[in-house]
Design a protein around this ligand. Sequence first.
Ligand code: ADP
Length: 294
Amino acid sequence: MKIKIEDLSKVYKNGKQALSNINLEIENGMFGLLGPNGAGKSSLMRILVTLMKPTNGSVRINGFDLQKDRGEIRKMLGYLPQDFRFFTKLKTWEFLDYAAGLSGIRNKKQRLNKVDEWLEKVGLFDVRERNANKLSGGMKRRLGIAQALIGEPKIIVVDEPTTGLDPEERIRFRNILSEISQRDVIIILSTHIIGDISSVCKNLALLNNGSVHFSGSPEELVKKAKGHVWQLNTSGFEYEMLKEKFAVTSTIPTAEGWEVQLVGDKIELENAVEIEPNLEHAYVYYMEYFNQEG
Ligand code: ADP
């Protein structure tokens, strides 16, 4: 699978430019869209799943054009929006059966087998007879995941996947996606939580103010921050000064004051030691100092 995004822009009716000249190539595996709230992640995803038209630019998926071959592309898609809601009186299993039917599984027996398989996978088998709209928030989210995946889509788009999930549910969800990502599929997930991306995404793009600031592997991004992350012990007075000059990524109280980690372009402080950056440091470095980097 391959997605090619060229010069993509979106300007909303109120004049707000949500995306400016996005260029990205996405291949098999898990791809993370990372950026703060308002960066343009949802706008890009809504365009990719054909819910919204771009103002400019093009998207090709395996050679199909997003505008011209909408029907072909929709058959490949599974989408879990941020605010997945359903107004339905259907039971949990009936809702999944309906979603499986929409995705094109005609044979009833085959469909019901799939439904059971997915109810197990997302841990909803025990509540299969409950009305879908009576499920708890986390359960609804899991039902959303199952309805997006039951038709075995080739392109899976998930907006803020772990919102509303507890830690155990997060792990379960990550494992489901990891398993699927071994196949010939593209999984795009957007998040502002770095932990969602670090262990699972082969590649990622950093989005800010509607532009791509970085695209590549998490390792490449981490490399960019090398030499820009420092740790030191400090007293209260110094701490305020440090916060003004640098991005403070962690603060741990000690007997004398704080042990802090700092991200900055140049850090010339006597008692600071350089440390190895992780993805969170790299994200902060890139977001705060991107202009200097060009
Ligand atoms: P993200 O998903 O990264 O939080 P969005 O794509 O939701 O970002 O939003 C990008 C920008 O576009 C934000 O400034 C947001 O306020 C604006 N925006 C989003 N949807 C609309 C809309 N329907 N009309 C006008 N502006 C919008």
